[in-house]
Design a binder for this molecule. Structure first.
Ligand code: SAM
Length: 236
C-alpha cells in the first residue's frame, strides 16, 4: 500500500502500535491503517471491523489489493463483537466521536481481557474517554494533538493500569482540567492545542449568551461558565 494513502492522523495512531502486536481496528472503513501496519511489518495479525456494508466491502477490496488477506481478517459487525476474547493485544478506534468510541468499548468490555493497549482517536469529546477509561483502570500513557486539513485531532493512548486513578491526587479543579484538556496536551500547549481551545472558548461564549436569553437551568449555565474559566486559565 502506498504510504501516501494514510493521513498524518492515522500515521500518528500507527506510531503507537507496539512492534509485533496483533491489532483490531474497529470502524476500519477502507482498512488503510491495518494494511499500512502490515506493509511496514509492524504487526503480525489484524482484524478490520466494520458495521456498515459499504466500508466493509472497501476494507475487503483494500486488503485483497494489498495482498494481506491471509493476515488481515475483515469482519462485519458492531464494535467489539467482531473479536473474540484474547484474540488481539491492541485495539484502535479512530475517526468517530468520543461518545461512540466509549459506547463501543463499554458494550464490548468483556473483549478487553488480554488487550494491553487502546489507541483512540476521537474527533470530538476526548474528555469522555479520559474520564471513563480512568474509571475502568486504563492509564493514559500518551496523547497527541495535531492539525490536518484544517481539522484538529487528538490521539489518546491507554495501557492497562494498575488500578490507581492518576487523577486522584489532584484537586477537584485540576482533575476537571486534566480530563477536559488532557494532562500532557495542557502542559505542552502546542499550536494545535491553542487553536482548538480558542475555538472551543468562542463556542462556549456563544452558548452562554444564548442560555442567558433562554432561561436555561442555572446549573447548566454554571457548568458552561466553569468551562470558560478553565479554558481561559489554560490558554492564557
Ligand atoms: N477509522 C477510519 C479512519 O479513522 O479514517 C474510518 C473512520 S469513519 C469516519 C468511521 C467508520 O466507523 C465508518 O466506516 C463506520 O461505518 C464505522 N463504524 C461506526 N460505528 C461503528 C460500530 N459501532 N462498529 C464498527 N464500525 C463502526
Amino acid at each position: 500500500m502506498n504510504d501516501k494513502l494514510l493521513s498524518d492522523r492515522l500515521k500518528m495512531v500507527a506510531s503507537f502500535v507496539p512492534a509485533n502486536s496483533s491489532v483490531a481496528d474497529i470502524g476500519s472503513d477502507h482498512a488503510y491503517l491495518p494494511c499500512y501496519l502490515m506493509n511496514k511489518q509492524r504487526i503480525s495479525y489484524a482484524i478490520a471491523g466494520e458495521v456498515n456494508e459499504g466500508p466493509f466491502q472497501s476494507a475487503i477490496n483494500q486488503v485483497n489489493r494489498s495482498g494481506f488477506s491471509d493476515k488481515i481478517s475483515v469482519r462485519k459487525g458492531n464494535g467489539l463483537q467482531v473479536i473474540k476474547p484474547g484474540e488481539v493485544d491492541v485495539i484502535t478506534i479512530a475517526g468517530m466521536g468520543g461518545q461512540l468510541i466509549r459506547n463501543i468499548l463499554l458494550e464490548g468490555i468483556d473483549k478487553l481481557d488480554g488487550v494491553s493497549r487502546l489507541i483512540l482517536q476521537p474527533n470530538v469529546a476526548a474528555h469522555l474517554l479520559r474520564q471513563s477509561l480512568s474509571e475502568l483502570n486504563w492509564e493514559l500513557v500518551d496523547e497527541r494533538i495535531l492539525e490536518e486539513d484544517k481539522k484538529i485531532y487528538e490521539v489518546l493512548v491507554f495501557d492497562v493500569g494498575n488500578g490507581s486513578n492518576p487523577y486522584r491526587s489532584l484537586s477537584e479543579r485540576d482533575q476537571a482540567k486534566a480530563i477536559l484538556f488532557g494532562p500532557k496536551l495542557a502542559s505542552e500547549k502546542n499550536e494545535a492545542f491553542i487553536k482548538k481551545w480558542k475555538h472551543e472558548l468562542e463556542k462556549r461564549v456563544r452558548i452562554l449568551r444564548s442560555m442567558e436569553n433562554a432561561e436555561v437551568p442555572s446549573e447548566k449555565e454554571a457548568s458552561v461558565k466553569t468551562e470558560i474559566d478553565l479554558i481561559k486559565e489554560v490558554i492564557s
